[in-house]
Every structure is written in structure tokens, then in C-alpha cells.
Design a protein around this ligand. Structure first.
Ligand code: PGA
Length: 266
């Protein structure tokens, strides 16, 4: 079988409406050009801030580029000042939602149980959740990386098992906290070790077929210079790109680094 490659741009808290319009149009033009030349080797999703979703949706309308929220509430509606629901993300045209990004975990106190509830809510709304997992530098130095990843993963399993079928595909993103926005990416070997471990966890808990289908992205200081070596790893199915997604040329150059015609043995 073949897992499609996927490169997601996480714009974080950046961008006026004008910036959003210009960047989304530039990505659209680059995607349409590559499709015309039959050289687009992966899918693309943009995650602008909530205020830019509508403008981005409009700018992307002619191109097969997905749209995602950077976070969502686990509640459906009601008195939750400042929150955005999955239904609202669907309404504005989102197909995906990032959940459990390390900035949400460390700066806003999000925990594994709440992230699992958000995942269940995303399934209910027909959104594809992209759940971020990753260790801090302190945890890596203490050789606790795999234990931390396992704990974060295990918190999701009940939500996945309880989700009514059919539900949208879900995606995992390994993002070592020490590599995010630091210019210091994990080495391809470090990345493959964790991605292989995650794939094994998927297989142990959900079976080999599910494990072979789930896309596992890497995020943390991915650039056009390092993307090819990272994407060449067996269990890497694309990237979650922060800083380098804020310019169309670098974002598209990262997508161009995704290998063509990758076939995965089932
Ligand atoms: P970065 O961010 O590419 O700027 O390191 C990645 C992310 O936080 O998703």
C-alpha cells in the first residue's frame, strides 16, 4: 500500500488578512503549477490563525489544498468565551485540526486527557485531527523520550477505539519540543527511531493494517535544506512546518523535497 505524503503549514499567531491572502494565493499558484507539471508528490494543508481561515479558504478555492485550525474546543457550543468549536471549523471550510501542539501543552496547560477529548470531538465533526507528540530536552537528556511518547500516545487510544466508524483518518506528528522554532532539528536517525516506535505502538494497540495506514509527520525546524533527508526515513510521511511555512517559496520547496512514488509494504 501507499501512504500519501502530507506537508502542513502551521502559521501559529502570525498574519494579517492581507498577509494571509497573499501567502495563500502564492501557495495556490505554486500548487497549481506543480499539478500542471505532474510534480506534486504530497498533499498540502495550511493552518492560518482562526481570523484568516475564511480568507485562506477563498484564496485556495481552486486548488486542492486543505485547511486546518490550530486548535479547537472539545465542547460543541455554549458559554466558552474565546473558544472555537469543531463545527465552526467545518463551517469555515476546514478539513483538519491541529491538537496538542507543544505550545498548547506548555503555554496553555493542555494535558493528555483533554487532548483525547478534543480528538473525539474532531471525529464527531468529521475533522481530521493531527495530534502532536514530543519530548522536552530534559526528557530526552534523561533518556525518557520513548516513555513520554508512549504516555502521550496511550492517552489517545480510548478515544480512537470508542470513535464510531466511519470516522475521518487521523494523523500523528512527532515534534520534539527542543526542535520547535530553535533551528535545531532532530537528526534523521533520531526521527526514525521515534517514528518507528510510534508505528510499533500503533501496531500493538490497533493492529498492523491500521499501523501501516496512519501518517506520521515530523515537525521541528524543518527547512528546504534538511527536508529531503528527514522525508527519506521509512516511517516519516511528511512534515508539520512552522517558521518555514510563512513564505510560499520555502514551504513549497519543502513539499518538493517529498520523495516521489514511495510505496510501503503492508
Ligand atoms: P518550526 O515549528 O518549524 O518553526 O520549528 C514547527 C511547529 O511548531 O509545528
Amino acid at each position: 500500500m501507499q501512504r500519501r505524503g502530507l506537508v502542513i503549514g502551521n502559521w501559529k499567531m502570525n498574519g494579517t488578512l492581507l498577509f494571509t491572502q497573499e501567502l495563500a494565493c502564492a501557495v495556490r499558484d505554486g500548487v497549481l503549477e506543480r499539478i500542471g507539471q505532474q510534480r506534486l508528490s504530497c498533499d498540502l494543508v495550511l493552518c492560518p490563525p482562526f481570523t484568516g481561515l475564511s480568507v485562506a479558504r477563498h484564496a485556495l478555492s481552486e486548488a486542492p489544498v486543505g485547511l486546518g485550525g490550530q486548535n479547537m474546543s472539545d465542547a460543541v457550543s455554549g458559554p466558552y468565551t474565546g473558544e472555537i468549536s469543531g463545527a465552526m471549523l467545518r463551517d469555515v471550510g476546514c478539513s483538519h485540526v491541529l491538537l496538542g501542539h507543544s505550545e498548547r501543552r506548555t503555554l496553555f496547560g493542555e494535558e493528555n486527557a483533554g487532548i483525547a477529548r478534543k480528538m473525539a470531538a474532531a471525529f464527531q465533526e468529521g475533522l481530521q485531527p493531527v495530534i502532536c507528540l514530543g519530548e522536552t530536552l530534559q526528557e530526552r537528556t534523561a533518556e525518557r523520550t520513548l516513555e513520554v511518547i508512549r504516555t502521550q500516545w496511550m492517552a489517545l487510544v480510548p478515544a480512537i477505539l470508542a470513535a464510531a466508524e466511519p470516522h475521518p483518518p487521523w494523523i500523528l506528528a512527532y515534534e520534539p519540543v527542543w526542535a520547535i522554532g530553535t533551528g535545531r532539528h532532530a537528526t534523521p536517525d533520531q526521527i526514525q527511531e521515534v517514528h518507528g516506535f510510534i508505528r510499533q505502538q500503533l501496531s500493538d494497540h490497533l493492529g498492523a493494517t491500521v499501523a501501516s495506514r496512519v501518517q506520521i509527520l515530523y515537525g521541528g525546524s524543518v527547512t528546504p535544506a534538511n527536508a529531503a533527508a528527514i522525508f527519506a526515513q521509512q516511517d516519516v510521511d511528511g512534515g508539520l512546518i512552522g517558521g518555514a511555512s510563512l513564505a510560499a517559496a520555502t514551504f513549497l520547496a519543502i513539499a518538493d523535497a517529498y520523495p516521489k512514488h514511495v510505496s510501503i509494504e503492508e
